[in-house]
Write a protein that binds this ligand. Structure first.
Ligand SMILES: Cc1cc2nc3c(=O)[nH]c(=O)nc-3n(C[C@H](O)[C@H](O)[C@H](O)COP(=O)(O)OP(=O)(O)OC[C@H]3O[C@@H](n4cnc5c(N)ncnc54)[C@H](O)[C@@H]3O)c2cc1C
Length: 437
């Protein structure tokens, strides 16, 4: 079958090296043909035509296409619905087997099933591989085989199962003899896929020993820029999790713990897909949210009168990023102080975060709202003023994003935090009681 190709369908794994699908495809003697689909079902949902994430995907694919060009190959790119595009590719090229890396989101699972059916109907094999995580779905479970729903025991088991000699980056070499030798084609432009240039640039990741060794001590201070910026790169796979973990092992324990948080939420989404729309703890589905649209607007515009919240929301709009500590404070303010449904905040973050990832975003929003996978109940209500004193004591971060703070132009606090805290606790209590009746 030397005349047929193995098709590598790239999705959230935008790299040629250390890629599980590529590694497996190279075990056969067929040449590899690389393919990417700009899926209009996903792209049409994006509100912003200058979406920085689409820009990033586009520029990473251009790099891949140039790398393939050097090997005498080319990236096959299609714009349209996944099913229609795959059908075209199977018509245009002789394909024996499609290789792709597993995606644990419901939308992707359904899409992959329908693509598998198309392949089968054309006598083409279709196989998915684990690549996005070290341990997937059912690999880290409790003694009774059930999924963990609390992070700390999950993290301990994860660490005990991890083997640095096994979970290594994948080594192989692509060459002109194992890639499909086809005419090189230029990628379609951003305009061709109906997008435009974004002014937001994706920051490079930082895994320096300085960052890794000081991570725990510095990670909570938004003015310090002391975190890795890995989020967006793990989201689109411009670095593999195997490589990220290998680097994390050189730093303090806390950094690896954060990567384990990522896997914790990915396995929660895979094992409890209902969390995509519902509270993990179903009692909280009875919450009586106020959902005031004007309040929501003040939050999104960074005009709440609480400078740490406003700084975060403005940072998010301007850069597509928000520091983790500030994400927790801003999210808690929306859900607990304003009693706005966590799903509103989740959707807003999904639109704006460069590192938006369904599992992490959903898991963290539910964690902050107290309705998710957390050992503690709903009692934690972040005090934005105390948080600011602790984590931005010199107001360096606030001065950067809220320059009018301290002047007449800055809005008054939109709510009294003490009052809001008591109201939140009562509303949560009522929701839980109504489930017991
Ligand atoms: C309300 C809320 C929403 C969030 N939404 C997302 C999201 O959509 N996508 C996302 O990747 N992270 C999300 N996070 C988690 C966290 O804020 C980001 O991963 C982190 O800020 C990204 O910056 P970094 O890469 O410099 O992280 P670092 O601090 O350098 O951490 C390294 C990596 O560990 C992982 N990680 C760290 N913290 C968490 C966490 N709490 N949960 C899951 N993974 C984590 C990420 O992959 C991150 O890139 C959210 C947190 C909150 C509170």
């Amino acid at each position: 079958m030397k005349d047929k190709y193995n098709l590598i369908w790239l999705r959230r794994d935008l790299r040629l090296s250390d890629n599980a699908a590529v590694h497996h495809a190279l075990q056969s003697n067929r040449q590899l043909l690389f393919y990417f689909n700009f899926d209009t079902e996903i792209l049409d949902q994006l509100e912003n035509r200058a979406d920085a994430r689409v820009n990033f995907i586009h520029s990473e694919l251009q790099k891949i296409n140039h790398q393939l060009g050097k090997l005498g190959s080319s990236l096959v790119v299609k714009l349209g619905l996944a099913r229609e595009c795959m059908t075209q590719v199977l018509q245009e090229y002789p394909i024996a087997k499609v290789y792709a890396n597993k995606d644990y989101e419901l939308f992707a699972i359904d899409r992959d099933k329908s693509i598998e059916n198309i392949c089968k109907s054309q006598q083409v094999e279709f196989q998915l591989y684990k690549d996005q995580v070290i341990f997937e779905e059912q690999e880290i479970t409790k003694k009774d085989g059930k999924a963990y729903t609390i992070y700390t025991p999950y993290m301990k088991k994860w660490r005990s199962e991890f083997d640095s000699t096994v979970h290594q980056p994948l080594e192989y070499k692509l060459s002109s003899s194992n890639t499909a030798q086809i005419e090189w084609k230029k990628m379609p432009s951003l305009e061709d896929i109906r997008f435009t240039n974004s002014s937001i640039k994706i920051p490079a990741f930082n895994l320096s020993s300085e960052m890794l060794n000081n991570y725990e001590a510095r990670r909570n201070f938004p003015a310090l820029k002391a975190t890795s910026n890995l989020g967006v790169h793990l989201r689109f796979g411009t670095i593999s999790i195997r490589k990220a973990v290998q680097e994390a092992l050189k730093g303090d324990d806390q950094f690896l713990n954060e990567l384990i948080w990522r896997e914790f939420f990915i396995q929660i989404l895979a094992n409890f897909p209902k969390v995509e729309t519902e509270c993990f703890k179903s009692a909280y589905n009875n919450m009586e949210w106020i959902n005031n649209e004007k309040d929501f607007e003040k939050w999104t515009n960074g005009k709440t009168g609480f400078p740490i919240v406003d700084a975060g929301m403005r940072e998010l709009k301007a850069t597509g990023n928000m520091h983790n500590r500030v994400r927790m404070i801003a999210a808690s303010f929306l859900v607990k102080d304003l009693l706005i449904d966590w799903r509103w905040g989740e959707a807003y973050f999904a639109n704006h975060l460069l590192d938006y990832d369904l599992a992490a975003n959903n898991g963290n929003w539910q964690w902050v709202a107290g309705c998710g996978c957390d050992a503690a109940p709903y009692f934690r209500v972040f005090n934005p003023t105390e948080q600011q004193k602790k984590f931005d004591p010199d107001m360096e971060y606030i001065r950067k994003w809220v320059p009018e703070f301290g002047t007449e132009k800055y809005p008054k606090q939109m709510i009294d935090h003490k009052f809001a805290r008591i109201r939140a606790l009562e509303t949560y209590k009522k929701a839980l009681q109504s489930e017991l009746i």
